[in-house]
Design a protein around this ligand. Structure first.
Ligand SMILES: Nc1nc2c(ncn2[C@@H]2O[C@H](COP(=O)(O)OP(=O)(O)OP(=O)(O)O)[C@@H](O)[C@H]2O)c(=O)[nH]1
Length: 423
């Protein structure tokens, strides 16, 4: 159906006298005839130009404007501008500042050769505009000062605002970024994931993400970010705010703390607490999956002699190298930890005692034939092991004690050997 180009007629009870209406409006309306004489003017104009009502003599509107403009101490330029528009019979707007008031003259030519002027007080409107500009500048300064990526995307996913951090950390100028599409800026590897995320945000979701870059040379290796939708009064998404932090330093710090909490400082193997946690987890897993699990307790033989004969530093070297030798003999999915001075725990998942025996024999043999070089001296050492296979219903303590007992037996039976725990 075609849209009517006029509003529906007013009901009769609302029909009113135009003059009554013009008496109360908050803007000026005046008519000037083709001779330039002022015809009708409403109370707003009367007050503005200090006119009598009714005017005793005809008033030349151009003289009136000139006088008023001089009284207000205004430059003549606005009158020249307005005069040109009047001569050229063009619709025109002119702004005039007097005191703290800003007026806008709207010139509307009439077919008769005269014209209508509507005069609006636009002080508040201009103030609001200036406030907006001021606030916008403050906001810009604020987001430029933020130590993270901040941007605003429109619903076409184009950058509308991007802060200075982009230039400082990605080398992309704000002017290059603003107006460009995010799909042209996102790294290739992240493009499809992030476009999917952004389309969800356009539906109203707020989303958070963590990303890691695989590029070793990149200064920023990990980030945490959010996409937050902006809504209008109808709850339609009008824009998306993106804030993304560089978390590289934080992640490195967390990693360092984790290493400190989980690793033995000398051998870099898991420490006692962590390896016992692993054992707990692996027992639960074996229980759940009804799979085999075997552990081994390993201990260097007569290690005290190494310390006594060559000193503590030599002992440290032996411990470190022993850890390395063991690691070379086990699978990536096995866990090895140092549980005491020269005592180690090996956890082998999905492994029964027969399979574990092969691994332990390899370790015992490699250690026995290894020369630990301390300064110019070759140190030889052996190790013993106690092996225990987990049985359903057995708890961590029972399994651990079994392996410990088996190790004790291996020591008692002459060392450099493996003993399998018997129930
Ligand atoms: N160098 C060094 N020595 C350590 C470290 N932790 C423990 N030790 C030493 O390891 C030795 C362990 O000695 P013992 O418990 O008597 O055991 P052992 O001499 O290996 O004898 P068996 O286990 O019975 O074969 C002690 O001398 C400890 O001081 C360490 O971090 N570095």
């Amino acid at each position: 159906m075609a849209t009517p180009d006029r509003s529906p007629p007013l009901p009769p009870e609302f029909s009113f006298n135009a003059e009554e209406y013009l008496n109360v409006v908050d803007h000026g309306v005046l008519f000037v005839d083709p001779e330039g004489l002022l015809g009708y003017y409403n109370p707003f104009c009367r007050k503005l130009f200090s006119l009598d009502l009714p005017s005793p003599d005809p008033i030349n509107y151009f003289n009136l404007l000139t006088e008023w403009s001089d009284q207000q101490g205004l430059s003549k330029l606005w009158l020249v501008e307005l005069g040109n528009a009047i001569r050229q019979k063009q619709r025109h707007y002119t702004r005039v500042n007097h005191d703290d008031t800003i007026l806008e003259f709207k010139h509307q030519p009439l077919p008769s050769g005269g014209f209508v002027h509507c005069i609006y007080n636009i002080t508040n409107k201009v103030k609001q505009e200036q406030d907006s500009v001021h606030k916008y500048k403050q906001l810009r300064t604020m987001i430029d000062a933020m130590p993270c990526f901040v941007s605003l995307l429109n619903t076409n996913l184009q950058f509308m605002i991007a802060n200075r951090y982009h230039k400082e950390h990605l080398g992309i100028c704000r002017t290059d970024l603003e107006g460009s599409y995010i799909r042209d800026v996102l790294p290739e590897a992240l493009k499809s994931k992030h476009l999917d995320l952004l389309h969800r945000v356009l539906q109203g979701e707020t989303l958070h993400f963590d990303e890691y870059t695989s590029n070793r040379h990149a200064e920023i290796k990990s980030v945490h970010g959010s996409y937050v939708p902006c809504f209008d009064q109808h709850h339609h998404v009008t824009a998306i705010v993106n804030i993304t932090y560089d978390t590289t330093e934080q992640k490195t710090h967390e990693e360092r703390l984790r290493t400190l909490a989980e690793r033995d400082h000398l051998t870099r193997l898991f420490n006692r607490r962590k390896i016992m946690d692993c054992l707990e987890t692996e027992i639960s897993r074996a229980d759940r999956q009804a799979s085999a699990l075997t552990i081994a307790m390993l201990d260097l033989d007569h290690f005290k002699n190494v310390n006594d004969k060559w000193g503590h530093a030599a002992g440290d070297l032996v411990l470190k190298e022993f850890a390395l030798l063991c690691q070379q003999q086990i699978r990536k999915l096995d866990y090895l930890g140092r549980i005491g001075g020269e005592e180690f725990l090996l956890i082998m998942s999905d492994t029964d005692q027969t399979e574990a025996m092969f691994v332990l024999e390899r370790i015992i043999s490699v250690v026995q034939h290894h020369c630990f070089n301390w300064k110019q001296t070759e140190i030889n050492i052996t190790c013993s092991a106690g092996l225990a296979e987990w049985h359903p219903l057995q708890n961590i303590q029972q399994l651990y004690t079994q392996a410990d007992k088996a190790l004790y037996e291996a020591k008692n039976h002459g060392r450099n050997q493996i003993v399998i725990a018997t129930e």
